[in-house]
Design a protein around this ligand. Structure first.
Ligand code: GDP
Ligand code: MN
Length: 391
């Protein structure tokens, strides 16, 4: 589960990772104004109004703004609530006392899946897109792998100090950053996180080192080990994608993506492979949809109807490997579904393989539906679907 910023900061706070003074979680303009009044009244020279959505780049999108007066806070409240940040609509805003930034760094802990250990990433060039820094100036990003045997008693302080030193953090920030990293590592492990990222980690004007932002992902498979795990779920955090909401209601395994090739397959593994082959052919998948074991006319019609409701979809790639589900059933399901759906513009490229695939392909050929294009292989189907989507 991904936490939003204020939750990540709460979690950091529990483990002694320094964060800004506590703020207020708000859902309305009035609540934001009230919080700003209180915090400014308590001596903060400014407050920062921050959109709480599960995506990065909020600052660039206008979702993070400083206010030194209550009126300014009100203006920001009005512009940030309801703002769409990369498809995430802001329903919750966090208002906290603003920090004075002298410098911005980057620090994160994650799993190193290949080495079955941990990976600490640190850079003196934080605040900005770290992937970009890594591309343009890879030497500025220190990646330090750790085996479990090296951290049986936690991350040794010397190691932490070595990492922040090699990352070129200035001398006056190193000791504090190293202490913070040791604690961040404890937080990461004890909370069963899969990612704990701080961007920016800042040095304040008065020389403190604190986490100004947080991005934390917790491992849902470890939820049973944590009392109160479910309390991280926030009601109404973001407006849910309408098509995903509909899929949920209809019991369809569907994830909306950004491309133009609708994808429909049986079995999650095959659907993922289908996304890959669409990408290899230069296309962009519009969704992930697993019709599951059955591919009855009903299921096929409901699934196709959902995929075709996405206005970005220009073609659909139906990729079925017959096992228990036989080829002729799938073919009949597709033809029956097209009848039920009535008129639609997009072409459906159908690749059938496995049990009774020949029979299925014959049914598709005979039906001779103008929008149904049988394909012999997965590769041919992908190429055709991508071509149709970009035509
Ligand atoms: P993100 O854009 O989603 O990563 O959001 P961040 O929380 O990282 O904020 C983006 C940027 O806003 C930071 O890199 C800072 O430059 C700035 N910012 C955020 N909070 C404060 C604050 O308390 N004081 C000041 N001066 N700037 C801030
Ligand atoms: Mn950030």
């Amino acid at each position: 589960m991904d936490l939003v910023e204020f939750q990540g900061k709460q979690l950091f706070g529990r483990h002694g990772v320094p964060v800004p003074p506590p703020g207020a979680v708000c859902r309305t303009v009035d609540e934001i104004v009230e919080a700003a009044e209180r915090l400014l009244g308590d001596g903060a020279s400014a407050v920062v109004v921050k959109a709480q959505v599960k995506t990065g780049g909020r600052g660039k999108a206008g979702g993070v703004k400083l206010a030194s007066t209550v009126d300014e806070a009100r203006e920001h409240a009005e512009s940030i609530l309801g703002l769409d940040i990369k498809g995430h609509v802001v329903n919750i805003v966090y208002v906290e006392p603003a920090s004075d930034i002298a410098e911005e760094y980057y620090l994160s802990v994650m799993h190193d899946r290949v080495a079955k250990g941990y990976l600490v990433i640190c850079s003196a060039e934080g605040g900005v897109d770290i992937e970009e820094v890594n591309r343009t100036n890879p030497d500025a990003v220190i990646k330090h792998s750790l085996l479990p045997s090296e951290v049986t008693d936690g991350l040794p302080r010397e190691t932490a100090l070595d990492i922040v030193t090699r990352a070129n953090l200035p001398e006056d920030a190193r000791e504090k950053a190293a202490d913070l990293l040791v604690r961040l590592f404890v937080a990461f492990r004890e909370e069963d996180a899969t990612l704990a990222e701080i961007n920016p980690l800042i040095k304040t004007d008065d020389g403190r080192v604190i986490a100004l932002d947080s991005k934390v992902t917790l491992d849902g498979s470890a939820a049973f080990r944590h009392d109160g795990y479910q309390e991280w779920t926030i009601e109404g955090l973001e407006a849910i994608e309408p098509l995903e909401a509909r899929a949920q209601a209809e019991g369809i395994q569907y994830v909306k993506l950004d491309g133009s090739v609708g994808v429909l397959g049986n079995g999650a593994g095959l659907v993922m492979a289908t996304l890959d082959v669409v990408a290899q052919n230069g296309g962009h998948a519009a969704n992930f949809l697993d019709v599951g074991g059955g591919a009855s006319a009903d299921e096929m019609a409901a699934s196709l109807d959902l995929v075709l409701s996405d206005e970005k979809v220009k073609s659909v790639f139906i990729n079925i490997f017959g096992g228990i589900t036989r080829g002729e059933e799938v073919a009949n399901g597709v033809i029956e579904a097209t009848k039920r759906l009535g008129d639609f513009e997009q072409k459906l490229v159908v690749r059938l393989d496995g049990t009774n695939a020949d029979e299925g392909r014959r049914i598709l050929e005979e039906a001779d539906h103008p929008n149904v294009i049988p394909a012999a292989t997965m590769q041919q189907a992908a190429a055709e679907a991508v071509r149709l989507a970009s035509a």
